[in-house]
Design a protein around this ligand. Structure first.
Ligand SMILES: [Zn+2]
Length: 477
């Protein structure tokens, strides 16, 4: 199956052809380490984790690089407010990031460079840009990229110059010649960290670190460069201008950008109070639920994060695990295969979905179809052949390798979900019991409307009521 990949500047899918046969170099912009990672970061990290896993599964020899921005205005501001050094802040949040990645089962990239370990490569690139007259030193010793000198500026984002000028930020203290020019090297202010350079004691601009580190590890042309779509302009546009002006080669063959995450239909922001860190979130939501939720939409589509979305991802994951548990516990016999066709069709459809621009949403739909079919077959005859059992396990093993879900023993996972389901629904056991009692009272007084309302409210939160002569019990759906 040919892998087709959507390329941001072309606005269409194209057959994936790396520059060198099956060797693939992929770079994704990493986090600026000054705070805890949030759900928006989680999406980008999981999307590129799954893309990396899938490329390897398809036999590509992948080198995946994801950086840490460990020097930046925000890091310096944080260090000042905490009365510590930028290094302490950066190191602390790199550690926190690694803990989050372990929780989310996001595999580390092959190379995870820090900007401050590559100052000499950054200076080399700025020097080349200056020699080629793409960059100029301002009076204060900062260095700027001259956007008007680079003809292709705007080709990634598709923006016109007038639009870009309208959006350009001009600081009074900026000494640039043109509003679109951007800093490659910033002279450090009093008390700020600095490195020696031919221009001034300063520090690198944000954009240049990615151009320098990505091409240092992967060569002048990257097969894939990824990040969130908010990075297209100006960050990735500027990365392209710098790398292509300095190295004279096409910078990126395939640009991959993931969509935004909204919270209950709104943009996430600290001021709105809907800022969700990965750490807080995974206290209540199992990381595999989060992975499945974030993979349940195509990576380019926006995704809304809400209680309903968490519940439906949880229900889906439980459904898949229940099927796996059922298969594990079905009496296995040496008999003829009857599920071979189903498993074969699933594997083909799953691969086809993933080859269609990493369409995880479609791949999850295939999993649902398979689950329905397996359950139907086991309803008809609960016995299973050993061959089918192992074929199915192997097929699910492939899904685990790519999606990072079903990594747990099904029986244990289902037990844990049962215990944790109260937390996941956002209702305490007491609140559930309270609602059940209110419903019983409503039924006694023949207020069936209220009784139904309560049942529906609980159902929407993933709680199913079961009435029997002994009373009303509840369970997670
Ligand atoms: Zn970057």
């Amino acid at each position: 199956m040919t892998l087709n990949v959507y390329n941001t500047p072309l606005k269409k899918k194209k057959a994936f052809e790396p520059l060198h046969a099956n060797k693939v170099g992929m770079y994704a912009c990493g986090v600026t380490v000054y705070d805890m990672c949030h759900i928006g970061h989680a999406r980008s990290l999981i999307v590129f984790d799954v893309i990396a896993r899938f490329l390897r599964k398809k036999g590509y020899d992948l080198t995946f690089v994801r950086n840490f921005t460990d020097i930046d205005d925000k890091i310096i501001a944080r260090a000042n407010s905490l009365g510590t050094s930028y290094r302490d802040v950066a190191d602390r949040y790199i550690e926190e990031y690694r803990t989050d990645m372990d929780i989310l089962k996001v595999r580390p990239a092959d190379i995870e460079p820090k900007a401050t370990d590559h100052i000499s490569h950054i200076i080399d690139m700025v020097r080349i840009l200056e020699e080629k007259e793409y960059a100029y030193r301002a009076d204060d010793g900062s260095v700027y990229f001259s956007v008007s000198r680079f003809r292709g500026y705007g080709k990634l984002s598709g923006r016109r110059t007038e639009e870009m000028i309208a959006g350009a930020r001009v600081d009074i203290e900026d000494l640039k010649r043109d509003p679109l020019d951007f800093a490659l090297w910033k002279r450090s202010k009093e008390g700020e960290p600095w490195w020696d350079s031919p221009w001034s004691k300063g520090r690198p601009g944000w954009h240049i670190e990615c151009s320098a580190m990505s091409t240092h590890f992967l060569g002048a042309t990257l097969d894939i460069h990824g990040g969130g779509r908010d990075l297209i302009f100006p960050h990735h546009e500027n990365e392209t201008a710098q790398a292509e002006a300095a190295l004279g080669a096409e910078f990126v063959r395939y640009w991959i950008h993931n969509g935004f995450v909204t919270i209950d239909g709104e943009k996430m922001s600290k001021s709105l109070g809907n800022f969700m860190t990965i750490r807080e979130l995974t206290k209540d939501v199992h990381p595999e639920i989060l992975r499945l939720l974030l993979l349940s939409r195509h990576y380019r589509s926006p995704i809304d994060f809400s209680n309903e979305a968490v519940n439906s991802a949880r229900q889906a994951l439980v459904r898949f695990y229940e099927m796996l548990d059922r298969v594990n516990h079905s009496p296995a016999e040496d008999r003829e295969s009857r599920l071979e066709g189903l498993v074969g069709t699933f594997s083909r459809d799953f691969d086809e979905a993933m080859c269609d621009d990493f369409n995880t949403a479609k791949a999850i739909a295939c999993l649902h179809d398979l689950t329905t079919e397996i359950n139907r077959a086991l309803d008809q005859d609960p016995k299973i052949s050993r061959k089918d059992q192992s074929a199915l396990k192997a097929s699910m093993g492939e899904v685990t390798d790519i999606f990072g879900v079903f990594g747990e023993e099904p029986g244990e996972f289902l037990e844990a979900m049962k215990r944790g389901s109260v937390q996941v629904t956002g209702l305490s056991e007491q609140e559930i019991q309270g609602l059940i009692e209110e419903r019983n009272l409503a039924r006694k007084t023949k207020d069936f409307k209220r009784a139904d309302e309560i049942r529906d409210t609980l159902k929407a939160k993933g709680i199913q009521l079961k009435d029997s002569p002994e009373g009303t019990a509840w369970e997670k759906i």
